[in-house]
Design a protein around this ligand. Structure first.
Ligand SMILES: [Zn+2]
Length: 457
């Protein structure tokens, strides 16, 4: 491997004077930045994250914060900024990604890259995933710098490229090529902060782990021929039967300590029948019990995903001509693995489930790394949410999806950006009309700032 040139740090000389502080001013800054970031189209592919990196670099320069822009390939830029602390504790990272999934033209009531501000919301692709949290993280380092907060550790702002397409030119590239710049004890990232109202009060999720993956292909073979002669046996029918078996498949439940803790908190919050059902599930976990818990349906999805490896059929393919019986039919399964599970083992289990008339092969697998449930860190985050909404509790969970956390095996990456609105709003992620409520952004920003102050001062 050829050595990369050492990154050139921009160290602005000016340090702005602390300004009189008002939350109304912070809100204006946050909205202005988010709107500007949305207008920079970073649909991946092609990404073009350098536009966001430059915008952030200009802002950081204005605040006198050292930073560097590192391109993994032309246009695919990552930004690292560092606010120095005393070095007493290892660094804390505010992590975010600059790219967004593209936007299909249909279904949007406002252009997806308008960044329009209307009805108390900022509209456009990336408002929730995750330029809102990036804008808030920028604001936080700017505030820490402007108010000359004495930090007991360095605070890093790391904004990556390529998260939506696997993190290869972003988080993985940074970890492999510039590790010393992004080493941190823990990081706050996307993937948590959804609010749920339960009978026992509000909870906010925090991602303490995420699932690994096992992408598979299931292939059926059969005799080909002219489609004018119908047959009861064909690759297409064999595949269809395998898919029906997959639908009926109830994978074995695995109760990791992180899920046990989550269920314990949920039992507290659902007195009566909810708690009874959860107790039953804890004693004898099964797919059916998890799927019939009498709790909020989205929370139930998290419970189910946190107890099971899964396989979801996504891409079907068979045949090339309408009048030819294909000799092969296949489907891609998106498999998700609990932390520590091995892809090969899950492939073998799926093979048993769909039967031996089809072949299951692993296309790509990744083991998810550890669960980051440091009790002291979770206590601090729990105190933080309770300080911002009296009575609120923290709900550590295993994110079924993947984030940049996958690329930082030695950092405790937690998904934490609390949103004041109920979790329904998260349904807009990757969907048309994505938007963020300004009150949610401010709530998330205040919680995140508070957590950083509790942990770094
Ligand atoms: Zn994201």
């Amino acid at each position: 491997m050829t050595a990369l040139p050492l990154p050139r740090w921009e160290q602005p000389r000016t340090r702005p004077m602390p300004l009189p502080f008002s939350w109304a001013d912070q809100e204006r800054h946050l909205v202005r930045h988010l709107s500007a970031l949305i207008r920079l189209d970073t649909s991946n592919p092609p990404g073009n994250e350098v536009a966001v990196a430059r915008h952030l670099a200009r802002e950081l320069a204005r605040s006198g914060i050292a930073h560097t822009v590192l391109e993994a390939s032309p246009g695919r830029a990552n930004l690292v900024a560092r606010l120095p602390g005393s070095g007493q504790e290892p660094p804390l990272m505010l992590l975010g990604h600059a790219d967004v999934v593209g936007a299909q033209p249909g279904g949007w009531s406002r252009p997806p890259f308008s960044g329009e501000v209307a009805d108390g919301r900022v509209w456009g692709r990336g408002a929730l995933d995750m330029k809102g949290q990036v804008a808030a993280s920028l604001l936080i380092v700017q505030l820490l710098a402007a108010h000359r907060i004495r930090l007991n550790r360095d605070v890093l702002l790391v904004v990556t490229a390529d998260e939506e397409a696997g993190s290869r030119l972003g988080a993985y590239w940074l970890w492999e090529n510039h590790r010393s710049l992004v080493e941190a004890e823990f990081a706050f990232n996307e993937g948590g902060g959804q609010r749920f109202m339960t009978p026992g009060g509000p909870v906010y999720t925090v991602q303490v782990a995420e699932k690994g993956s096992a992408r598979m292909r299931v292939t059926a073979h059969g005799r080909g021929g002219h489609a004018s002669v119908p047959r009861s046996e064909s690759a297409v029918f064999t595949l269809a039967e395998a898919l029906l078996r997959l639908r009926a498949f109830a994978p074995e439940s695995v109760l990791l300590p992180a899920s046990r803790r989550m269920l314990g908190i949920l039992a507290d919050l659902h007195p009566g029948t909810g708690a009874q059902a959860i107790e039953q599930l804890l004693k004898d976990p099964t797919w059916d019990r998890a799927n019939s818990l009498p709790i909020d349906p989205v929370l139930r999805e998290f419970v189910v995903a946190g107890l099971h490896n899964t396989a979801t059929a996504t891409l079907l393919s068979a045949g090339q001509r309408p009048n030819v019986v294909p000799v092969e039919a296949s489907v891609v399964l998106d498999g998700r693995l609990l932390p520590g599970e091995l892809p090969d083992r899950w492939v073998a289990e799926v093979q048993r489930a769909v039967g031996d008339r089809v072949e299951v092969e692993l296309l790509h697998g990744r083991v998810s790394h550890a669960v980051h449930d440091d009790p002291e860190l979770l206590r601090v985050l729990g105190d933080t949410v309770a300080a911002h909404e009296p009575g609120a509790r923290l709900l550590p969970y295993i994110n079924p999806a993947a984030t940049d956390a996958r690329a930082f095996p030695e950092t405790k990456v937690l998904g934490f950006f609390p949103s004041a609105s109920d979790a329904d709003i998260m349904r807009l992620i990757h969907a048309p009309d994505e938007h963020a409520r300004i009150t949610d952004l401010m709530f998330g920003g205040k919680c995140l700032l508070d957590a950083v102050l509790r942990l770094s001062t």
